[in-house]
Design a protein around this ligand. Structure first.
Ligand code: MLT
Length: 277
């Protein structure tokens, strides 16, 4: 019997991973990976939309939400290894993987290393490129500014870039919840994740090797990983679908969940109807 519901704890390679697991036992499985520095609750609307027909798992990435951080330096390789560790611990062979931004970096890394473990991929508001020298410089400045001015200021500065202008009027509660997630992330985890982004390798050159169906989504007003980044991945991934989400910035799954969920449901249904034929 599997554990069902929210905030389940499991030990994976000495790390405590906090996750939720909903939906029927024998249904196809979708795993959601959140962005930085948020937590699995950013996927609540997607979990609710899918859990009647699919087994849906969302987890807190190492150092985020209620998962522990461990002692190692963070890297996208390590985050991908954690994902595979979680799948192994839950005895899950294959899933559809959906990642937003940092979650997308992890998904792209995981599909490159363990392609046989994934039936399909959803890449949301993310990019295959490494940090440019300017972006690397900003990572270091962010670390310095958190040390100097604290995490509240970092949260306020981050919020300005995360959302489409109209969301500040229409999504006040959601924005407040995201701010809470940022300020509740430990400073050590913020530094270690920013370092991991700084060191992150590009995955663009590997995209032609992806053989599974891929849906790419991006908020029309995403300033962090803009539609051009999504377009680049779309051009490289054979047969991929690209959907631009209106009324949305970087957190398109929250800012326009109805459009996001519509594409998500249609895509996942198409993956499994094809598999059955
Ligand atoms: C995220 O949402 O995960 C971050 O914006 C990723 C990044 O800063 O590169």
């Amino acid at each position: 019997m599997r554990n069902l519901g929210s905030n389940i704890k499991i030990t994976v390679d000495n790390l405590t991973v906090n996750y939720n697991d909903d939906g029927p036992d024998d249904a196809p499985i979708i795993i959601f990976i959140h962005g930085f520095p948020f937590n699995k609750t950013t996927w609540n609307k997607q979990v609710a939309a899918l859990k009647d027909n699919y087994r849906v798992i969302a987890y807190d990435v190492r150092g985020h939400g209620n998962s522990s951080a461990g002692n190692a330096d963070f890297s996208i390789d390590l985050f991908a290894k954690d994902l595979l560790g979680l799948m192994d611990a839950l005895k899950i062979e294959k899933v559809v993987l959906c990642g937003l931004s940092m979650g997308g970096y992890i998904a792209l890394n995981a599909v490159e290393k363990y392609p046989e473990r994934f039936d399909a991929l959803i890449l949301s508001d993310t990019t295959c490129t490494a940090d440019t020298p300017e972006a690397k410089e900003k990572r270091l400045k962010a670390i310095e500014s958190i040390k100097k001015d604290g995490v509240e200021k970092f949260a306020d500065e981050s919020i300005k870039n995360l959302f489409a202008p109209e969301s500040f009027a229409t999504k006040k509660e959601e924005i407040a919840a995201v701010r809470e997630m940022i300020v509740n992330t430990s400073q050590q985890s913020l530094y270690k994740t920013l370092r991991a982004f700084y060191e992150r390798k590009e995955t663009c050159s590997k995209l032609t090797e992806i053989k599974v169906p891929v849906l790419i989504m991006v908020g029309k007003e995403d300033k962090i990983t803009p539609p051009a980044a999504a377009q680049l991945m779309h051009e490289k991934i054979n047969g991929s679908l690209l959907k631009i989400i209106v009324h949305a910035g970087h957190l398109s799954n929250i800012e326009n969940s109805s459009e996001f969920n519509g594409h998500l449901k249609k895509f996942v249904a198409s993956v499994y109807s094809k598999a059955e034929n």
